[in-house]
Design a protein. Sequence first.
Length: 160
Amino acid sequence: MPRSKEIPEDVKEKIIFYYKSGKGYKAVSKIMGLHRSTVRTIISKWKTHGTVMNRPRSGRPTKISPRTQRKIIQEVAKKPGITSKELQASLALAKVKVHDSTIRRKLGQIRKHKIVSKQKSLQKKKINACVLFENNLQDDSQVYEENPIKTEVAEVEVFI
């Protein structure tokens, strides 16, 4: 198998079972249909660590614990239109400091991103400005309808 694929743990346990029963690397690799070096690395890891489970990999630890993640899911289920800023504020009350983009990212990972799509509602000031702009446009169009722009058409003489 290529190095990029992980072997399931039940297959690894079978390899260890055959190895414990007295078979060698070559015999186990033939039985399981794996490469000899793959069998050897699985057995050597089993000897050093005492288990066939995958070891934890390096990387940045998550900011959101499983408990916090459950709390976010519960709040989104209760109130589907909740924004990430509101979720951030509710988590701050529980003494969990998390950025709102982290909350959005986590919701995307757990496939709840379609629920939190509510945008910030327009403020009264912005709504009034839009209404005034629209009214001004209508007034201008009425002025142009009443007084159309007159153009003079010049006569052109054609010389033949």
